[in-house]
Design a protein around this ligand. Structure first.
Ligand code: ASP
Length: 449
């Protein structure tokens, strides 16, 4: 096969991102405040908003997100069954699960404690005079017991259909354990699952080809709406959250990685680039999951037996970026409403935010729903969310990027500590960066490959 001289996929995805932001911003200048720009043509008037923004760009962007989401349930189920089954000694599962969950919870608690301290130091809500213009209904926080009960699916097919990741994970683990214990029949099915895993990962690779266009369209549409004018009073809040996210992603994670594994964190951050751009443009850890899994296994060298478990688990229960936003938002809202929170209330915030993230899937905007639970726990008005909602979209993108970085880092730490990790792959700059070339020749010629 001839190697085409084209920029690497990462470069193309990053280019798509930057171009999308520029085009979206220009379109916004052309059509301020939701107006339209119409080009009169010979037969009809071409509306840029209807045809370009809500038409072409929106359609391609949504098709891109749907095709990523389409892969999530089959990918998690198949790769987790393979991973569990290949562990051989399934008693290791408890240890691996324990380590991963502990690391996820501890990093979230660190994130939110840091965010609260920073917000208290900078006081983004002091002197701010705002009234909430959006009403927000709080959902009741599920009890820990209920979260646990809900992890077990009554009907696995319903769990698949609803995309309930914790239930899919539990079913896949049990199925994988049973396969490992079933002797010959288990081995026969295992080989089918391994083949399916290969095929689905190949599909992920193929879809990566459209990523630069998908990312471009998503960001172009988004930036036709994001307006810096809505920032006003929220500028300080925005930058406190943003700064805390940067510190967590660029200082806390690299430090933890270095201390716990000795691995070079610069390599880690470089290898995260694609995944970060995906998270940034989709605002969903769940939709990014196929890419995170590919990065962690193919670029970083963590074995599938670990990554297939830790990555989906992280996408569901680990939301450090979200916790950071919630910490700052709680302090901000308390300051705007002139409420003094006590130390025990802050501890309550840390606890609720850490636990609320368990069982809430990584989809856009879910952080705000969880924030409602946190505010209720400490008696702050839930309408406070209406104050910050205006700048949440941009923060959602950034915190999702932090969320997936956390999932990958924990997977790497667990993989290394269990010796399920290939350091050569980690050190190889080009590992996993091959673009799948789609060659349909053999299909056209009716041949089998
Ligand atoms: N969008 C985030 C995620 O998917 C969750 C959130 O903070 O809203 O990870």
């Amino acid at each position: 096969m001839t190697e085409k001289k084209q920029p690497s996929l990462t470069k193309r995805i990053v280019t798509g991102m930057v171009a999308g932001i520029i085009v979206g911003t220009l379109l916004q200048q052309l059509m301020p405040n939701g107006s339209d720009f119409v080009i009169p043509l010979y037969f009809f008037d071409l509306s840029i908003r209807a045809f370009i923004v809500e038409g072409v760009l929106e359609v391609i962007g949504q098709v891109f997100i749907s095709s990523l989401q389409m892969l999530v349930v089959p990918l998690v189920f198949v790769s987790l069954v393979c991973g569990t089954c290949s562990l051989r000694d399934t008693s290791k599962l408890g240890r691996i699960g324990g380590k991963a969950i502990l690391l996820y919870l501890v990093t979230t608690a660190i994130a939110i404690s840091f965010a609260i301290s920073l917000a208290l130091l900078i006081s983004p809500g002091e002197g701010v005079n705002m009234t909430a213009n959006t009403t927000f209904e709080a959902r009741e926080a599920p009890s820990l017991a209920q979260v646990f009960i809900d992890m077990f699916p009554r009907n696995p097919f319903s769990a698949f259909a609803k995309g309930n990741m914790l239930q899919v994970i539990v079913f896949a683990l049990l199925f994988g354990i049973a396969m490992a214990l079933s002797g010959k029949p288990g081995e026969r099915i295992a080989s089918i699952f391994e083949d399916m895993n290969e095929v689905i990962m190949r599909l992920v690779g193929i879809l990566m080809n459209i990523a630069p266009y998908g990312v471009f369209c998503l960001l172009a549409v988004l930036f036709t709406e994001v307006s810096l004018e809505t920032f006003g009073n929220l500028l300080k809040y925005f930058f406190v959250v943003f700064f805390a996210l940067l510190i967590h992603g660029l200082v806390t994670y690299p430090l933890l990685l270095k201390v716990l594994t000795g691995l070079n964190p610069v390599i880690f951050l470089k290898k995260m680039r694609d995944t970060i751009v995906f998270a940034f443009s989709t605002s969903s850890s769940n939709a990014t999951l196929p890419v995170t899994l590919e990065t962690v296994t193919k670029k970083m060298g963590v074995k599938n037996s670990i990554a297939s478990f830790t990555v989906p688990l992280g996408a569901t229960i680990n939301m450090d970026g979200t916790a950071i936003m919630q910490g700052v938002a709680t302090v901000f809202i308390a300051q705007v409403f002139n409420v003094d929170l006590t130390l025990s209330q802050f501890l309550m915030v840390i606890l609720t935010a850490t636990l609320a993230s368990v069982g809430t899937a990584g989809v856009p905007g879910v952080g705000l729903i969880m924030l409602a639970m946190v505010l209720e726990q400490v008696g702050l008005p839930v309408e406070g969310i209406g104050l910050i909602i205006g700048v949440d979209r941009l923060l959602d993108m950034t915190r999702t990027a932090v969320n997936v970085t956390g999932d990958s880092m924990v997977s790497l730490i667990v993989g290394k500590s269990e010796q399920q990790f290939n350091e050569e792959v980690y050190l190889d700059e080009h590992a996993g960066s091959k673009v799948e070339n789609i060659d349909f020749h053999h299909l056209r010629n009716g041949e089998k490959q």
